[in-house]
Design a protein around this ligand. Structure first.
Ligand SMILES: Cc1cc2nc3c(=O)[nH]c(=O)nc-3n(C[C@H](O)[C@H](O)[C@H](O)COP(=O)(O)OP(=O)(O)OC[C@H]3O[C@@H](n4cnc5c(N)ncnc54)[C@H](O)[C@@H]3O)c2cc1C
Length: 216
């Protein structure tokens, strides 16, 4: 038992209404949060770590990509590949978000997604270098299906202008809410936003605590 709790569950987990793995039951229910939870959504992302035999992208086109932080192919199925710059490591992080990620992840195995990623990257290197043949291993995590995440980044849907603020508001000076979805300073969907919301919630708790102790 505790006098206060700070709830930092991901938005997708908070939105679960059925008793599935990861879902949390509140008694009494969080009725004051229902409208806000309905006006926020958890967006999909596909992120795959691709480990190659070498940093082959550094050696082509006269070293043009040697120091880049990411390679961007706006029209490709997987449009973004983060390097580990400034470290020279044979690892690219393939990334797709939003509708593209949803389409990519639906009915696809991790191997299919990796194939889509290497195929997306291929046009940068022409016929002289086969990207898929450079691949030595990969790691894929499905954030949408992870019962403790249920999505990647929160976003506001139509009519949800005040949803983040409502979600962030404490209930009966007992439950406090933090996590990226509760950030109202424009950093939602980021680590920065999550950290800042945690500091805000901790200050709220300390504020009410001080008032109770001083009898105000
Ligand atoms: C693939 C991907 C890439 C990203 N890249 C970046 C980036 O480059 N830069 C950036 O700033 N942000 C990035 N983000 C966003 C960033 O990771 C999140 O905004 C941030 O981690 C959110 O922090 P949080 O504390 O709100 O939630 P989380 O980090 O999700 O923490 C919530 C915690 O609650 C736990 N939990 C869930 N259900 C339960 C339960 N039933 N019981 C107990 N615990 C539970 C989870 O296990 C988790 O530890 C990325 C996100 C994803 C998915």
């Amino acid at each position: 038992h505790g006098a206060r709790a700070i709830v930092t569950l991901p938005l997708g987990v908070l939105q679960q209404t059925s008793p599935t793995l990861g879902a949390v039951r509140f008694t009494p229910e969080l009725e004051a949060k229902h409208a806000a939870l309905q006006r926020l959504a958890s967006g999909p992302v596909v992120k795959v770590l691709l480990r190659f035999a070498s940093c082959f992208w550094e050696d082509v086109h006269a070293g043009r990509y040697r120091e880049v932080s990411f390679l961007h192919l706006p029209d490709a199925e997987v449009p973004t590949f983060w390097t580990q710059a400034p470290a020279h490591v044979p690892l690219l992080v393939a990334w797709a978000g939003g509708a593209r990620a949803r389409h990519l992840a639906s009915n696809a195995t991790p191997a299919d997604i990796v194939r889509a990623a290497t195929a997306s990257l291929q046009p940068l290197f022409g016929k002289g270098l086969e990207v898929a043949r450079q691949l030595e291993g990969y790691h894929y995590h499905d954030w949408q299906q992870d019962p403790y995440a249920c999505g990647a980044y929160s976003y506001v849907t139509v009519g949800g202008d005040d949803a983040r603020e409502t979600l962030a508001r404490p209930l009966d000076a007992t439950l406090h809410f933090a996590g990226e979805a509760t950030d109202t300073a424009g950093e939602a969907g980021t680590v920065e936003g999550a950290l800042r919301s945690g500091i805000r919630a901790a200050r709220e708790v300390l504020g009410t605590w001080t008032r109770i102790r001083s009898g105000v």
